[in-house]
Design a protein around this ligand. Structure first.
Ligand code: ZN
Length: 379
């Protein structure tokens, strides 16, 4: 009887998770058109800046002010003009065209004492900032205040919300500021980054479709290889690790391990990916339902268990895995604490949590600043 009740709870828990995620399913065009009610169609928008790199390496800045397109060519490294016109605190150092250094595809970070990780922000700039302020990752001027510690954005900044541009520029700035202090900002590719770059605009907020129209471009072209932000996105990994913890947006499947894929190879593929070219079978796998940006297998108890997770973790020689992508009510862990799920619904703009890591211990961090022991569900 007791066992039956436990099994019933288990299925209720999974049904709840499936319910939370139902509008997230791929190829669900009908649902998305029902739920994506255009909010900005008739209102005036302000958005940007988008920085386009010209053939002679000069930059043209474009932004939308009250539905009007404004353009400005930057001459003689006069980047200060961007700040004056757009309020964006950028300087030439941030925008150096050779910003993308030799890329490290292995993405293995050791001896990190403290980090904050959050996921699936989906344009919810205000809640994102609230959480960063609460854990003193930034100060009140939104500058890096986290010293040599790490901040992890576990993918999915694009889509749904209407402050995507603001989030990207803040992450971009914090990344540069953190580096100066020996800290680090990690941005991981999520399925929504891949969707936008693949010209799948099903979840794009109406505001950005309007921006694109005013710029005479498609939304992905605002993030093309000849833009500052597009180049930055194309330098980001899909998998990385800190100490004994493996991070990916959605998780690593058994199929991934069967293919004997490595972190290095996968990151190399995503970073060098030309989104306009046809994809080979490995790339199709990586962008598909068993790949690291879409996988949801851990939440299907009929086909997954702790032994399987152990085998996946030992393939990478890691003890823990952190994932976002599948929305759960709060940051929690599954499978004896080895799988930590951090997509706690920031996308709805009302409530969301961070994962706090300090000296080998994990906590839930709420928007009110409380630090709570992680609940572990053993399924
Ligand atoms: Zn996702």
């Amino acid at each position: 009887m007791r066992l039956k009740r436990k099994t019933a709870y288990k299925y209720i828990f999974f049904l709840f998770i499936i319910f939370l995620n139902f509008s997230f399913a791929p190829n669900n065009e009908e649902l998305s058109s029902v739920f994506q009610i255009p909010k900005f169609l008739n209102s005036k928008i302000t958005d940007g800046p988008y920085l386009f790199i010209q053939e002679d390496n000069s930059i043209v800045v474009k932004w939308i002010k009250g539905n009007r397109l404004v353009k400005k060519k930057i001459r003689d490294n006069n980047y200060e003009i961007i700040q004056r016109k757009t309020g964006l605190p950028v300087d030439s150092e941030f925008l150096a065209l050779n910003q993308i250094k030799t890329l490290d595809f292995k993405q293995e970070y050791k001896n990190v004492k403290k980090f904050i990780a959050l996921s699936d922000i989906h344009g919810q700039f205000d809640l994102f900032v609230t959480l960063l302020l609460q854990y003193e990752v930034v100060d009140h001027n939104l500058n890096w205040n986290y010293g040599a510690n790490h901040l992890i954005i576990n993918g999915d900044v694009f889509d749904r919300g209407d402050k995507v541009t603001e989030i990207f520029w803040l992450i971009y700035k914090l990344e540069k500021q953190a580096e100066k202090q020996g800290g680090k900002v990690h941005f991981l590719l999520g399925n929504h980054e891949i969707m936008v770059l693949n010209k799948d605009f099903r979840y794009v907020n109406e505001k950005y479709l309007k921006t694109s129209k005013l710029l005479g471009l498609t939304y992905d072209q605002l993030y093309s290889e000849n833009t500052i932000m597009g180049r930055w996105l194309r330098s980001k990994p899909a998998i990385f690790s800190i100490n004994d913890i493996l991070f990916s947006h959605a998780g690593i499947s058994q199929e991934f391990v069967k293919l004997r894929l490595t972190v290095e190879e996968v990151n190399k593929r995503f970073i060098h990916l030309d989104y306009d070219l046809p994809k080979d079978s490995i790339q199709m796998f990586l962008e598909g339902t068993n790949g690291p940006v879409w996988y949801r297998g851990y939440f299907k108890p009929e086909s997954f268990n702790e032994q399987k997770l152990n085998r996946i973790l030992s393939y990478f020689n890691k003890d823990y895995m952190v994932i976002g992508h599948t929305t759960i009510p709060n940051v929690m862990s599954l499978y004896s604490g080895k799988l930590i799920c951090i997509d706690s619904g920031i996308k709805n703009g009302e409530y969301g949590e961070v994962l706090v890591y300090e000296n080998g211990k994990f906590f839930r961090g709420t928007p009110y600043g409380s630090r709570i022991k992680l609940n572990t569900y053993n399924l």
